[in-house]
Design a protein around this ligand. Structure first.
Ligand code: ADP
Ligand code: MG
Length: 280
């Protein structure tokens, strides 16, 4: 396994607000490797440190203790901060905070322009990025006239145009309706299939089950880390962390109580439907 991000004993503290106040320790000794090409979901209740971890992964925040390597660059190394940010792009919850221009295609071009990419190459990247989020025909529109889901797709195109090897999504669907959520999830899966390393922070368990690794955070620590099948079979721990179970896991539990033997590794609705349909 080759890691693209290596986190060693990360500690992150927000400075105290005023005199006599204690700093807030949002990350308390996390060590973790993110494998190149993998799809990792991070879940955990509000305030568990997910966003703080995400911002540390691309150098928006710098460790108070420990170290993070993105490829082989220490995120604290000033000489390589742009290499770090370009390698590990970020998509946030609110697309309005990420859109900067009044025309879609200018917005998507903004990142590569800042990286000093030449104009002909920028045009190619903008075309390709807009195509990858199915927004090509909106290129001359104003982002303000688009739906939340469409705006989020433009924000993703802006990151894709910077050719990141890894994209960290911090609750990208939290403000969207179910249709918008599904569209964003299918774009995330496609980006992963094209080889981009994906880290998806989400509070939707049905999104987390689509990853190949699930990490549960709690109070700045890692509570569980494994395949979705392994993590979501730890029902007690998940309840203690105040998280929901994925719908299919919940249904499988109820079916088991009624005597229907559903294997533990079934965690998606499609998997459950397939299994029940051939059940005798
Ligand atoms: P999550 O994304 O899991 O909801 P966060 O990383 O946003 O968690 O927050 C982790 C902890 O750090 C919380 O206790 C939160 O109150 C605190 N925190 C987050 N941002 C700041 C900030 N800018 N200043 C001070 N404390 C913060
Ligand atoms: Mg957050």
């Amino acid at each position: 396994m080759e890691s693209i991000i290596r986190i060693e004993n990360l500690i992150f503290e927000y400075m105290a607000d005023g005199e006599g106040e204690q700093p807030v320790r949002a990350i308390d000794d996390i060590s973790l490797d993110i494998e190149r090409g993998s799809f990792t979901a991070i879940i955990g209740r509000n305030g568990s440190g997910k966003s703080t971890l995400a911002k540390n992964l691309n150098g928006l925040l710098l460790p108070s203790g420990g170290v993070i390597y993105v490829k082989n660059w220490d995120t604290r190394d000033d000489d390589h901060i742009w290499d770090v940010r370009q390698t590990a792009g970020m998509v946030f919850q609110n697309p309005d905070n990420q859109l900067v221009s009044s025309i879609v295609e200018d917005d998507v071009a903004f990142g590569p322009e800042n990286l000093g990419v030449d104009p002909a190459e920028i045009r190619r990247r903008v075309d390709k990025a807009l195509e990858s989020v199915n927004m090509g025909k909106f290129r001359k529109k104003s982002p303000h006239l688009l739906s939340g889901g469409q705006k989020q797709r433009i924000a993703i195109a802006g990151v894709v145009a910077m050719k990141p090897e890894c994209i960290i999504f911090d609750e990208p669907t939290a403000m969207l309706d179910p249709k918008g959520r599904q569209e964003i999830m299918s774009i995330i899966r496609e980006l992963h299939e094209e080889g981009i390393t994906v880290v998806l922070i989400t509070h939707f368990m049905d999104e987390a089950v689509q990853a190949d690794r699930v990490i549960i955070m709690d109070r700045g620590h890692i509570l569980l880390d494994g395949t979705p099948e392994n993590v979501f079979s730890e029902e007690e721990i998940i309840r203690e962390a105040s998280l929901d179970l994925p719908l299919a896991v919940e249904l499988a539990q109820r079916l088991r109580k009624r005597g229907v033997k559903i294997p533990r590794e079934i965690i998606t609705v499609e998997g459950l439907v397939d299994y029940v349909c051939q059940y005798k």
